[in-house]
Design a protein around this ligand. Structure first.
Ligand code: HEM
Length: 381
């Protein structure tokens, strides 16, 4: 069967915005999703390990950092979920024919994301309101550690399912064989060569970003508890540094796992892709230098420089990821061919609501963090 006959057509309605603008919104939306999602994914594992290490002393820096991370997780989860809706909207509009088909082929595990998300989200509250509310004991710390591990496995599974869908949608040539094997929607994309390196790339990045988050807690506490804040900045920088060094071979593996012509696009054959890739690599070097300094000295400026470079690095990588998607899909799905009837009023409403939502979530974070630090001060006086 002709491959293009397999790919469903677009909806008959014209696009509400030009394609380039929707692509920009998809990239920015995914960036806003990726930041908190990384904190959730890596932060849960880190909190679990820190509770384990600090279990014998509630005044230890490890225990206190674990607690600070655990308390902040539900907020980051709500950020990740609400900011996931933005890229979801534009992904459906722009690449719906590919995304819907892959979602149907893996319908059961894909819908399972909702169940796993609910359970993991619930566990994050259970840790705060059931376990950490109890009188401190080693057993309490162990319970928190085990529950956070369970929660994190749930989030890691969600990330894995996303990577399956995001890669399956890129390869329409596989769909017919998969569907012929079974039409029951139980498929994953486990045979895909880029799946594991791509997923590991996300996973290790999430630990690095969670490390930076610990450093940010340190920045916030700098005026109140200098020693603890320094310790957090150093620990966060070390976690970032080690994860980023581990990321180098994984990144190379990822590059090797995609077809040679696509890999070549990052390495010179496509000017735009190569330029973004080179910017990313320069930012990797800068973050490594900056966090090497802050990991030994606790230097605030170096940490902030590392943080800024890291945010830009994530954005550059997301742009590269989008360009890679275009290489895979260009010959199959053509959003540029769809008519556009621009609805600026709808765009204005969308942007105002998105900004209002972000402001609301930032306000909520500050409120919770203030309440948490006030309680911490009360319990130490
Ligand atoms: C909090 C748990 C979540 C985790 C750990 C998570 C993780 C991930 C990961 C790892 C990817 C990248 C996959 C890849 O490209 O290989 C991804 C993409 C994506 N996520 Fe999430 N996600 C979570 C929740 C959500 C929710 C609830 C939504 C929707 C409301 C969402 C929307 C998206 C979208 C639309 C993409 C693809 C964006 C694009 O391709 O440009 N995520 N997610």
């Amino acid at each position: 069967m002709e491959l293009n006959h397999l790919i469903p057509g677009y909806q008959p309605l014209p696009f509400p915005l030009p394609v380039w603008l929707m692509q920009v919104l998809l990239i920015v939306g995914f960036f806003l999703h990726a930041l908190p999602m990384n904190v959730v994914l890596g932060g849960g594992f880190l909190a679990s390990i820190l509770f384990l290490i600090g279990r014998s002393n509630q005044a230890s820096y490890c225990y206190r950092t674990a607690k600070a991370l655990a308390v902040s997780l539900p907020l980051f989860i709500s950020f990740a979920v609400t900011q996931g809706i933005v890229p979801l909207l534009f992904l459906q509009l722009l690449y719906g024919p590919a995304f819907y088909t892959s979602s149907i082929l893996m319908a059961v595990p894909w819908l399972g994301v909702l169940g796993v998300l609910l359970i993991s989200y619930y566990i994050s509250y259970l840790v705060i309101y059931r376990i950490l509310k109890k009188e401190y004991s080693q057993q309490q710390a162990m319970h928190a550690s085990c529950w956070l591990l369970a929660m994190s496995i749930g989030f890691a599974a969600i990330g894995y399912l996303f990577s399956n869908n995001m890669t399956l949608m890129l390869t329409p040539q596989k769909w017919l064989a998969i569907y012929a094997e079974s039409a029951r929607g139980f498929h994953l994309n486990a045979e895909e060569p880029q799946l594991i390196p791509r997923y590991l790339h996300f996973f290790v990045a999430s630990v690095a970003v969670a490390g930076m988050t610990i450093g940010c807690f340190g920045l916030y506490l700098l005026k109140r508890e200098r020693q603890f804040a320094d310790w957090m900045i150093k620990l966060g920088s070390k976690i970032f540094l080690v994860s980023t060094i581990v990321q180098i071979p994984i990144g190379l593996w990822f590059l090797k796992s995609i077809p040679d012509t696509y890999a070549a696009a990052f390495l010179g054959s496509d000017v735009q892709m190569t330029a973004v890739f080179m910017v990313s690599m320069s930012l990797v070097l800068l973050t490594i230098v900056a966090t090497s300094i802050s990991s030994t000295s606790g230097n605030r400026q170096a940490f902030i420089a590392g943080l800024a470079c890291n945010a830009l690095l994530i954005l550059a990588m997301i742009i590269n990821r989008h360009q890679l998607r275009l290489l895979y899909l260009n010959s199959h799905v053509k959003p540029e061919a769809i008519n556009v009837s621009t609805q600026w009023d709808l765009l204005a409403i969308f942007l105002i609501s998105a900004v209002a939502l972000i402001l609301y979530l930032v306000w909520l974070c500050r409120l919770v963090w203030k309440a948490y630090t006030a309680k911490q001060l009360e319990s130490t006086t």
